[in-house]
Design a protein. Sequence first.
Length: 206
Amino acid sequence: MNLYKDCSDLPIYNFDIIYKSQDFNYLVVEFDGYNEVSIPKNANERWQAIKKEWAELIDDNTVAYYHQLMSEVVYLQTRYEVSGMFLKEIFEREMHEETLEVYIEALGEWGYKWNRKAKKLVEVKRLLQQRKSSENKLGIKLDELKELQKENELAGEESSIEKQAVLLEQITGKNNIDIKTTSVKKWLEINNIANEINEERRKSNG
């Protein structure tokens, strides 16, 4: 199986999903969203290199960073809500070991590692405390997002990558931004253009 090489190669749609969920299936060129693929061992290493390149490319690009921050907020919100649901189910329900194991693995996928040697109540309490820390981090990121929106007159709500594409189409006058084929690097270039257009409009409006 082949991995996407870099930001010139990886579609922004795939980048967005990996960034939010760490699903490395979308780093495999042959993956179409439905078929099963084998993820190469160097997938995480390749992803870290792509994220590093992304960070270098956005530099002072406020609009691009805004979209990155929105993706992070969406991930943290989803993680917070899903983990709460899982922990509530574990606490309130009497589960067979097989069912409990499914929940434990699901929690692990969101970064909540269950200690199987500890008692259930002890682990629920510990992970709820960890979840509280996640809530604090989410609050910090939300405050940062709101401040960025206020300073730069950006859109007032978190949006999906699809909504972002529509916004960019409206700003740039393009109507053919295909997020499944547009590379990360090209996406950033479109963001640059949108940023320049917005700046010119602000100047024109005084």
